[in-house]
Design a binder for this molecule. Structure first.
Ligand code: PMP
Length: 362
């Protein structure tokens, strides 16, 4: 087999090797069924068992209270950007958006199609390099929406945003879902595309409080009503069976590794190694303010675009993939989600150290 390399992709991203191996073993036959995981009917006993186990694992690993439903939807987090306001925002109401990056911007833009939005806070004045300290809210908003981790800009809410308890809080957790403990009960809804921390692309995890499900109008397309998926255990239509299966395997891997607190500890340690190198470096500097730094996406620059390009090309020759920063920040971005091994972070720090030593006058 070709040697696997250090994959810093922002998503789809690296998956645990043991998960890939188990999936490979079940491609031809899921357990002793004689039918591969990709080939099982979603209505058959074997897949229903996989589904039920995965749903139970989301509840157990995430500490999801009984009054929440777990849904596995399609269309990515981008579909949630409009499905949420389509269900919960009407022309006569306002929804509040905490805008901390391009993904929250996109979510807010979609909401404007359905009603009024109010920008509770924004860090656009400094290219989204920080998490705002204060927010304001409109009177009686339908909900407040935030993005817990800003994949492109390398910032993350260190904890819950300062949203009053009486406002229904909705979180786009696409790039830090289950990377640390999360207070589900404080949210009305949490959603995330699986392809960074939970599995492959193709499935969006939605954790939604019971009372919201029936709030949505009934005259919108059936597939876009949350009640449709809640009533049918996410099987109103054919669900992304393989993606759900893989999420289940990843959740078992998280459980084996100490659950969310174990994963959080490891994620802290990985990010700290990288940031402490960058903080003492004379060549590289992190782009995010120190108190807003993401543990998932570490963004950094040399301050010289040509040199950044040289770093990326040398890194790629040395077996590090996906380090080029997003065009709106430039420089480098190391995405080190749950499954990214600590040894890969050590290897990157070593590489950057050597690069700096070889380019002293840069
Ligand atoms: N929100 C965040 C925070 C993201 O990082 C992304 C994708 N990178 C999205 C939303 C969009 O997700 P999808 O591609 O699943 O629609």
């Amino acid at each position: 087999m070709t040697q696997r390399i250090w994959n810093f992709s922002a998503g789809p991203a690296v998956l645990p090797e043991s998960v890939l191996e188990e999936a490979r073993d079940n491609l031809l036959s899921l357990g002793s069924t004689g039918i591969g995981i990709l080939e099982h009917s979603h209505r058959g006993k074997a897949f229903v068992a996989v589904y039920e186990e995965t749903e139970a694992l989301v509840r157990k690993v995430g500490g999801v209270p009984d009054n929440y439903r777990v849904l596995f939807l399609q269309g990515g987090a981008s579909t949630q950007f409009f499905q949420i306001p389509m269900n919960f925002l009407s022309q006569d109401r306002t929804a509040d958006y905490l805008v901390t990056g391009s993904w929250s911007e996109k979510a807010e833009e979609e909401a404007r199609r359905f009603g009024q939005t109010y920008i509770s806070c924004s860090s656009s004045d400094r290219n989204y390099s920080y998490i705002p300290a204060t927010c304001t809210f409109s009177p009686n908003p339908a909900y407040a929406h935030y993005t817990s981790n800003n994949t492109i800009f390398g910032t993350q809410w260190p904890g819950l945003p300062p949203v009053p308890k009486e406002i229904d809080l909705i979180c786009d957790a696409s790039s830090d879902i289950f990377s640390r403990p999360i207070d589900v009960a404080r949210h009305a809804m949490i959603y995330a595309g699986a392809q960074k921390n939970l599995g492959p692309s193709g499935v969006t995890l939605v954790i939604i409080r019971d009372d919201l499900i029936e709030k949505g109008p009934k005259n919108i397309p059936t597939m876009l009503q949350y009640r449709t998926h809640a009533k049918n255990d996410s099987m109103y239509n054919t669900p992304p069976t393989f993606a759900i299966y893989l999420v289940g395997l990843v959740l078992k891997w998280i459980e084996r590794d100490g659950g969310l607190s174990g994963i959080a500890e490891r994620n802290q340690r990985k990010a700290a190694k990288l940031y402490s190198f960058l903080d003492q470096s004379k060549l590289f500097k992190p782009t995010a303010d120190a108190n807003s730094r993401s543990l998932m996406n570490v963004t950094f620059v040399t301050g010289n675009a040509d040199l950044d390009a040289k770093v990326c090309s040398a890194a790629s020759k040395a077996g590090f993939d996906g380090l080029k920063g997003h065009r709106s920040v430039g420089g480098m971005r190391a995405s080190i989600y749950n499954a990214f091994p600590e040894a890969g972070v050590d290897a990157l720090v070593e590489f950057l150290k050597n690069f700096e030593a070889a380019n002293p006058s840069a």
